[in-house]
Design a protein around this ligand. Structure first.
Ligand SMILES: *[C@@H]1O[C@H](CO)[C@@H](O)[C@H](O)[C@H]1NC(C)=O
Ligand SMILES: *[C@@H]1O[C@H](CO)[C@@H](O)[C@H](O)[C@H]1NC(C)=O
Ligand SMILES: *[C@@H]1O[C@H](CO)[C@@H](O)[C@H](O)[C@H]1NC(C)=O
Ligand SMILES: *[C@@H]1O[C@H](CO)[C@@H](O)[C@H](O)[C@H]1NC(C)=O
Ligand SMILES: *[C@@H]1O[C@H](CO)[C@@H](O)[C@H](O)[C@H]1NC(C)=O
Ligand SMILES: *[C@@H]1O[C@H](CO)[C@@H](O)[C@H](O)[C@H]1NC(C)=O
Length: 810
């Protein structure tokens, strides 16, 4: 839903005078002429937009890039309606648009001896007298914020530098939204729609804005925020090693502030950061004293000690009335405070601050003023410093699970934490030892009962553990378990221990005598089809050791039983988390990123680093298991193939695998190689990033699957549309962009275009430049695999299980 702001403006230019970067009194600039900055970064002249071809605007745009992106307009509200526009400078220090408007005029009677208006490579148009800058366009921004510009207030001169949106993408005239720095109290930035505040960037709290956990990319640029007696401003500059990068902030006509970065490969502006992404970003969505939390349902709740002012409205999801105190403050009787952590600090327009005071002083100050309702630090770096006081209702707060600041809210003595502390601690003294004693007794009882039950089972099962199997013993060196051991571990294959039912039999959870937890895959005796896969899996994985591969502890081949014993993965399959509407919320970008990296390393090991070259052939989200630290482990080697040293590609007449993850050459021709796994990896990455399945992906606007959707959005420069909203805020958008591009490289149609896993690992872990992905394979819904009738089979997916889908090539 990002506003498409990249429409090229077809500027009708006739002549280009590349050598000249300035206008002087003898050389004005006429309609049709342009001026280019010294290194050719920016260009200046008259332009029209496709929507308003009759209007001529004088402005500045990027010269170096193919999209004619206008960054500054002089006469947005007074276009020249014919071709007689002229821009000239005079000795009075005047830069005028002939006939229509003065861009700027000096009031001083002092006449400028050598007036020059020069376009700099930063995109700044300066009017100067010798080296003395008298006026510059950076002091009068329109909607674009370029590196080196300042956004804020010069307190000496009173100059306020702020942004006003265009009316529409096609119309540069003054739009509805302005984004300005407010210094009513502690400085913060407010977005106004007319006279109404619609969004607030929280106050600066040392390392960033409060309530702005969206990381900005720091590889590209650094941010500076200054609050001094002379000026207040926000500014960003490109890092020295990324000077060729092109990035800007823009206030879009629909009131979003976006960070855009020019993608040199696709030649579009990519949205890296959007300031307003959800309801909680709307100003005061939950009313006064309410806290908005995007991950909770309902979104709004009152702070502790407060209740909805209008309960009925509140219950019908109209939260605008906000919250009121349960107990009114009573300054004379003495109030206390409660600590509210992980919040976006409230609106600071009614606040007071002093950056040198400590939190203790701050508390005293707040208590000494009966109107003070809360206090906090101004800077949260280190242990925190400075003092910020609020008066009146606390407006526009948000809650964050693991980000945000700490606020101390004033409460009547009866509601505050201090008054409860003493009584709570008394309770604790009694309750804790009591609880401990009860727990110990319970555990002992349970242990006793458990042992008794185990002994009973042992007798009943009476399985003999003599038989051995030559595969296990002689050839593979894999520890052998007896049926008795496994039966004991799994409580006699009790149904309570069953984790799931796989393609060729059930999977049980168990615990060995030593206390080690295991997962047992038991090939069902009636299943003929599984034997081959079973043997295959044993021979494939027996020798493999990698932290991102599930570990095979041993096998059991006895009395017609075939079982594989794995380490147990407490967090089950990745699919049970990322495709779950609730669980996915706790699964932030960092976790997903670690998982992507882990899978890539595991796969690299299979392909290149182990002694064997192994192709997994059934890589998918449900085959990625998670250990207790959420490390991913690739599992299920039932379809894997071992390749000889020089062999790189093979073909089969029996195509096995899962729809949605199979590359075209495999699904259609039965050809497979390490590049088939790379394709599946790409699909997996897109599923992890989007939280959606490739198969069955639906979008109202088109018939593509997830790959097609990602490909489309990538080419439109709107890759963030692909991203799971649950990770939007926790993610570094620069990393996201790279990961999506890498995934698209992996799913390219032709195997030879796809990178090897070693380059994938390199691309993921470094900042090396990525190539441009070509069209993905199978990205349209109307691909051959979709027509196949047996495709529903693979929907049954569970832990430690193979879902085999057979497809005989025609
Ligand atoms: C104005 O600029 C032109 C071309 O850049 C130059 O030839 C001319 O000498 C300049 N005039 C003055 C007064 O500086
Ligand atoms: C161009 O338009 C301006 C007003 O916008 C007018 O003053 C001027 O005379 C026009 N020039 C020509 C050549 O039509
Ligand atoms: C401004 O335009 C008028 C005609 O519209 C022309 O006579 C005059 O010379 C122009 N002034 C400059 C400084 O170009
Ligand atoms: C400049 O002149 C304008 C009117 O032409 C006036 O409103 C403004 O106050 C003057 N500014 C200064 C700094 O003299
Ligand atoms: C902040 O507090 C300190 C210590 O009380 C005082 O010296 C200083 O002047 C105060 N600063 C401002 C800006 O009020
Ligand atoms: C508290 O606020 C009231 C009005 O809201 C004002 O009259 C009064 O002076 C304030 N008291 C202090 C100590 O600031």
């Amino acid at each position: 839903m990002f506003f498409s702001f990249f429409l090229p403006f077809f500027i009708s230019l006739l002549i280009t005078c590349a050598a000249i970067d300035s206008i002087n009194s003898t050389h004005p600039l006429r309609n049709g002429d342009t001026i280019v900055s010294a290194r050719g970064e920016f260009e200046m002249g008259f332009f029209s937009t496709p929507g308003l071809p009759q209007n001529r605007y004088f402005g500045i745009w990027y010269k170096k890039i193919s999209s004619n992106t206008v960054v500054w307009v002089a006469n947005r509200d007074s276009p020249v309606t014919n071709t007689s526009g002229v821009v000239s400078v005079t000795s009075q220090g005047i830069l005028v648009l002939n006939g229509t408007k003065m861009i700027w005029s000096s009031n001083s009677s002092r006449s400028v001896s050598n007036p020059i208006a020069q376009l700099l490579d930063t995109g700044n148009l300066v009017f100067r007298d010798g080296n003395n800058i008298i006026w510059q366009s950076f002091d009068h921004p329109v909607d674009n914020f370029l590196p080196g510009m300042k956004f804020g207030i010069d307190l000496d001169s009173g100059l306020q530098r702020y942004f006003t949106s265009w009316k529409s993408v096609d119309d540069p005239s003054t739009g509805k939204f302005t984004y300005r720095t407010d210094r009513g109290g502690y400085p913060q930035s407010l977005l106004w729609e007319g006279s109404k505040v619609t969004y607030r960037t929280g106050p600066w709290v040392g390392s960033g804005y409060s309530g702005f956990p969206k990381q900005d990319s720091t590889e590209l640029y650094r941010i500076e925020y200054v609050i001094s007696p002379r000026e207040i401003y926000y500014k960003f500059d490109l890092n020295d090693n990324s000077e060729s990068a092109i990035t800007r902030l823009v206030l879009t006509p629909n009131g979003d502030t976006q960070r855009l970065i020019w993608n040199k490969q696709t030649h579009v502006w990519s949205v890296y950061l959007s300031y307003r992404v959800n309801d909680c970003d709307d100003y005061e969505f939950c009313g006064g004293n309410g806290i908005c939390n995007i991950n909770s349902s309902p979104r709004c709740e009152c702070m502790k000690g407060f209740h909805p002012k209008f309960q009925e409205n509140w219950d019908t999801a109209d939260w605008s009335g906000g919250c009121a105190r349960n107990t009114q403050l009573d300054c004379k009787k003495g109030d206390g405070f409660i600590r509210v952590s992980g919040v976006k600090l409230p609106d600071t327009r009614l606040s007071w601050y002093n950056t040198t005071l400590t939190l203790q002083d701050c508390r005293k100050l707040c208590l000494s003023n009966c109107n003070c309702t809360a206090y906090s630090n101004t800077d949260f770096r280190g242990g925190g410093s400075g003092c910020l006081l609020w008066f009146g209702d606390l407006a526009d707060m948000r809650g964050y699970s693991d980000d945000g600041q700490v606020l101390y809210v004033r409460m009547a003595a009866s509601d505050s934490e201090e008054s409860k502390k003493s009584s709570t601690s008394r309770v604790v003294v009694i309750v804790i030892p009591l609880l401990a004693a009860v727990t110990v007794i319970l555990v002992l009882l349970l242990l006793y009962a458990f042992r008794k039950r185990k002994l009973k089972r042992k007798g009943v099962l009476r399985l003999d553990g003599e038989a051995t199997n030559k595969i296990g013993k002689n050839e593979l060196d894999l520890p052998l378990f007896t049926i008795l051991q496994i039966a004991r571990a799994t409580n006699g294959f009790s149904s309570d221990n069953k984790l799931g039912e796989g393609g060729f039999g059930p999977v049980y959870k168990g615990m060995l005598d030593k206390g080690q937890e295991i997962a047992v895959k038991r090939l069902s005796k009636t299943s003929r089809q599984g034997i081959e896969e079973f043997m295959n899996e044993v021979s494939c994985i027996a020798k493999l050791q990698h932290r991102n591969l599930v570990k095979l502890l041993g096998s059991c081949v006895e009395q017609g039983e075939r079982m594989l014993v794995y380490e147990y993965m407490p967090n089950r399959g990745l699919d049970s988390i990322i495709f779950d509407t609730e669980l996915c919320k706790s699964f932030d970008w960092l976790k997903r990123c670690n998982i992507i990296n882990g899978i890539a390393r595991g796969l690299l090991y299979l392909h290149e680093d182990s002694r064997l070259r192994i192709i997994h052939r059934d890589l998918k989200v449900s085959n990625i298991l998670l250990d207790h630290e959420m490390n991913p482990k690739i599992s299920d080697f039932g379809m894997a193939r071992i390749f000889g040293g020089s062999e790189t590609e093979a073909s089969t007449t029996r195509v096995v695998g899962t729809y949605g993850y199979m590359p075209p050459e495999y699904a259609i021709e039965g050809l497979f190689s390490t590049k088939s796994d790379v394709y599946s990896f790409g699909v997996l990455v897109l599923e992890i990033v989007s939280g959606k399945r490739n198969r069955g992906f639906k979008h109202p606007a088109h018939n593509h699957n997830l790959l097609g959707h990602a490909w489309r959005k990538y080419n439109e420069g709107k890759h963030l549309d692909v991203v799971d909203p649950a990770i939007m805020e926790s993610s570094n958008h620069y990393e996201l962009f790279r990961v999506i591009q890498i995934a698209l490289l992996c799913v390219q149609q032709y195997p030879e275009d796809r990178p090897s896993m070693s380059s994938v690992v390199l691309m993921l872990s470094s900042k090396i430049e990525l190539t441009i992905p070509k069209e993905p394979g199978f990205y349209s819904e109307r691909n051959p695999e979709q027509n196949h009738s047996s495709s529903s089979k693979c929907d049954s997916e569970s832990v430690n299980e193979i879902s085999i889908t057979r497809l005989t090539p025609r």
